[in-house]
Design a protein around this ligand. Structure first.
Ligand code: FAD
Length: 370
């Protein structure tokens, strides 16, 4: 019996489905990259390039039985996937896991580990020579970037600007208060309720002055964009598989099937589930999808289901020792201290956790990179 499972995208969700199913099925993982990227580590990869190779988990060793095709899906239908090269992958099951793109450096742009490491090193050099840093966006990414910069260069001036007039709306007031206190201690300036139009290129050093929408001036030597997530679902635009929501998301059922298809599933950031887009959720989706495909391969009904948690969770490290967070409990969200954020995330940005699940990082193949 044919048992091919084509997984499109080897991010958190796709890599976890591939790993879970490679003993059960003929797994074909399709991704233009040569490694799984633990995006949670990208910002530290810029400030500590000697650590950066820990962010990458090469597909060659991540999968021991499955096949990896380095290509991009350009069209999908219930019977398989058409790739950018023109090649066709026929499949009995298809899993959409193409996630989202984020402005560099939060997610690398280059598809190969070596090119991505070069980019991180280049940005590090630009940043090292800049005294004043402007970050656009006071969401989790902008805040984490500020924390990583302050840990390596405590004396740099870091300003975060955001047109929203509240910091992290929707999260527990106690967490936001703690965040403000820690940012003050670090000397990170947060300017809410104003926007700026920065010079052309982010991540390049060169002094500039911008006037905010509030009418005052900010002078900085480098700037970074920390907003603007984009769902990767263009390859569904031909409608051969499904219609997308106006935001480009894929409608899924409780069993995480793409609506209307018994053998096609979706996980991660591109699903239309009513929850924040998080790696932690993508990993939970992966468990549900792996269980359902395993059941179907054994001739059983797919009964695993997923329901978004009503309580948002978040962990925002500010360097390796600081940070804020809230985690779900049966009684609702619980604000956690910096020590918990460090233990769960800040200390190694999940490197250890993913080494257990996915095997060695690229740092273990290239000792000169650590
Ligand atoms: C700086 C930062 C820190 C974060 N920290 C956390 C955190 O602490 N906790 C948390 O839960 N979440 C965190 N997130 C969010 C998390 O990174 C995303 O939710 C997660 O990446 C989504 O995973 P995914 O599996 O949906 O896809 P992604 O991780 O986005 O991976 C998608 C994959 O699909 C591939 N792809 C794209 N298009 C195609 C195509 N056409 N064909 C084939 N392959 C394709 C890409 O190359 C990529 O490998 C963080 C994000 C950032 C940027």
């Amino acid at each position: 019996m044919s048992r091919t499972v084509a997984i499109i995208g080897g991010g958190y969700g796709g890599a976890a489905v591939a790993k879970a199913l490679e003993a059960e099925a003929d797994v074909v993982l399709i991704d233009p990259r040569d490694a799984f990227v633990n995006a949670a580590g990208s910002l530290r990869a810029v400030t500590r390039p000697e650590w950066a190779a820990n962010v990458f988990f090469p597909f060659d060793t991540l999968l021991t039985r499955g096949t990896v095709i380095r290509d991009r899906a350009v069209s999908v239908d219930p019977g398989g996937v058409t790739l950018g090269s023109g090649r066709r992958v026929e499949a009995d099951y298809v899993v959409l896991a193409t996630g989202s793109s984020y402005a560099y450096p939060a997610k690398p742009v280059a598809d190969s580990v070596s090119d991505a490491l070069d980019d991180f090193r280049r940005t590090h050099e630009e940043l090292a020579g800049a005294d004043r840093v402007l970050v656009l966006g006071a969401g989790p990414v902008g805040l984490e970037l500020a924390g990583e910069i302050k840990e390596v260069w405590p004396h740099k001036h870091v300003t975060i600007v955001d047109p929203a007039d509240r910091l992290l709306p929707g999260y527990e007031p106690g967490m936001v208060e703690d965040l403000r206190r820690q940012l003050d201690e670090l000397g990170v300036h947060v300017r809410l309720g104003v926007g700026v139009t920065p010079p052309d290129e982010p991540g390049r050093s060169g002094t500039f002055t911008v006037t905010t929408t509030g009418g005052d001036e900010i002078t900085a030597d480098i700037w970074f964009r920390a907003h603007g997530v984009r769902v990767n679902s263009d390859y569904l635009a031909d409608g051969r598989l499904t219609a997308r929501t106006p935001a480009g998301l894929v409608p899924v059922t409780e069993t995480l099937n793409v609506r209307g298809h018994d053998h096609v599933y979706a996980v991660g950031d591109l699903t239309d589930l009513a929850e924040d887009k998080r790696a932690g959720y993508a990993l939970q989706h992966a468990e549900v999808v792996a269980a359902n495909i395993t059941a179907q391969l054994r001739g059983e009904p797919p009964v695993a289901t997923y329901r978004p948690s009503p309580h948002p969770m978040i962990l925002i490290p500010l360097g390796r020792r600081g940070g804020v967070g809230q985690l779900p409990t049966p009684d609702g969200p619980s604000v956690v201290p910096a020590a918990t954020v460090t233990a769960y995330k800040g200390a190694d940005l999940f490197t250890g956790r993913f080494t257990e699940q996915f095997g060695p990082t690229a740092a273990q193949f290239d000792p000169t990179a650590v």
